[in-house]
Design a protein around this ligand. Structure first.
Ligand SMILES: [Zn+2]
Length: 318
């Protein structure tokens, strides 16, 4: 029973932690101005088109705040393309969508959503619209790929419980270990691209932790005013992008990268699960021991109940 009480306390602590997380999400979910979406789809994708239209009224506040925009700007054309279409044939099979800021258009491939990194249609829409909002915040000027993808991934809130673990698993022993390697990964195979997405998002999260929630918007504002990315970054963050990246990759290769994971709710739930499994295993072992005991006791008792055979009667030898 001691095991069960101990386990109960862990479960209660986990429930409290989860409750706090859920409450925090509700507080953060205040609606901001929403972009107008003009959804186009063939009849075969009517159901997904309706789902995307319903997402127009979603919570776009965090994405706008991240890129430093007060208003989302002109309507965004959202084209849903089926597998087999020319749009689908033009990109790698693992690409689930892309944004064309110059045309105020995003293209989504709903048939590929399951293969999108841990996402669903909502995350995909938010990710591609975030690219659009970022481009608008940057005045249409170029930013590095890692920054663009990292911001879109964070804006889409694709970063959730378990992502710290995913970055760890994605990068152990095989990089990327520099911004150049990170950007090259996007042009590599699906696995390299997945690693680059995960690390870019981690890098942008680290940027926000180190330099505050407004830093991405400040960098983009600098770029939109004509500064090149490195200068805008240094002005907003107070350190060069090179120094920032070296700090991140140094930290990632040290033992401290494990601390956020070990102290995360994922680790807590993994610990709770492990304890529950351990408790079940111990219970089963104890039950098995008890059963074995009964099995041993049973013939013994039966033997004791039987009268001794005449030849086994000690009196026989006396
Ligand atoms: Zn993207």
């Amino acid at each position: 029973m001691a095991d069960a009480r101990w386990l109960g306390r862990w479960v209660a602590a986990g429930a409290v932690a989860l409750g706090v997380a859920v409450a925090g999400r509700a507080v953060g979910a205040r609606a901001g101005a929403a972009p107008a979406l003009l959804v186009e789809a063939p009849p075969a994708l009517a159901r997904q088109a309706a789902a995307v239209r319903a997402l127009e009224g979603g919570d776009w506040g965090p994405a706008l705040k991240l890129v430093g925009l007060r208003r989302p700007g002109p309507p965004i054309r959202v084209v849903l393309a089926p597998e087999g279409s020319r749009l689908a044939a033009n990109v790698a099979s693992w690409v689930s969508g892309y944004a064309v800021p110059e045309l105020d258009t995003v293209v989504l491939f709903p048939g590929r959503v399951p293969s999108y990194p841990d996402g669903n249609l909502e995350a995909l829409l938010h990710h591609e619209v975030a690219h659009m909002l970022l481009a608008r915040a940057a005045g249409g000027r170029a930013v590095p790929r890692w920054f663009n993808e990292g911001v879109a991934t964070v804006a889409a809130r694709e970063w959730g419980i378990g992502d710290g673990a995913r970055v760890l698993l994605a990068t152990i022993g095989r990089g990327p270990r520099s911004l150049a390697e990170l950007d090259a990964g996007f042009s590599g195979d699906a696995a390299a691209a997945a690693r680059s997405y995960a690390v870019s998002a981690a890098l942008v999260r680290y940027l926000l932790q180190q330099h505050g929630d407004d830093v991405v918007g400040a960098i983009l504002a600098g770029v939109s005013h004509g500064a090149d990315f490195d200068d805008a970054f240094a002005a907003a963050a107070g350190e060069s992008v090179g120094a920032f990246a070296r700090g991140y990759f140094r930290r990632e290769t040290s033992w401290t990268r494990w601390v956020p994971f070990v102290t995360s709710s994922t680790a807590l739930w993994m610990a709770i699960t492990a304890l529950a499994l351990l408790a079940i295993k111990r219970r089963r072992e104890r039950d098995a021991r008890l059963r074995d005991g009964w099995a041993l006791e049973e013939p013994a008792r039966t033997a004791a109940d039987l009268p001794p055979r005449p030849e086994d009667d000690p009196a026989h030898w006396n």
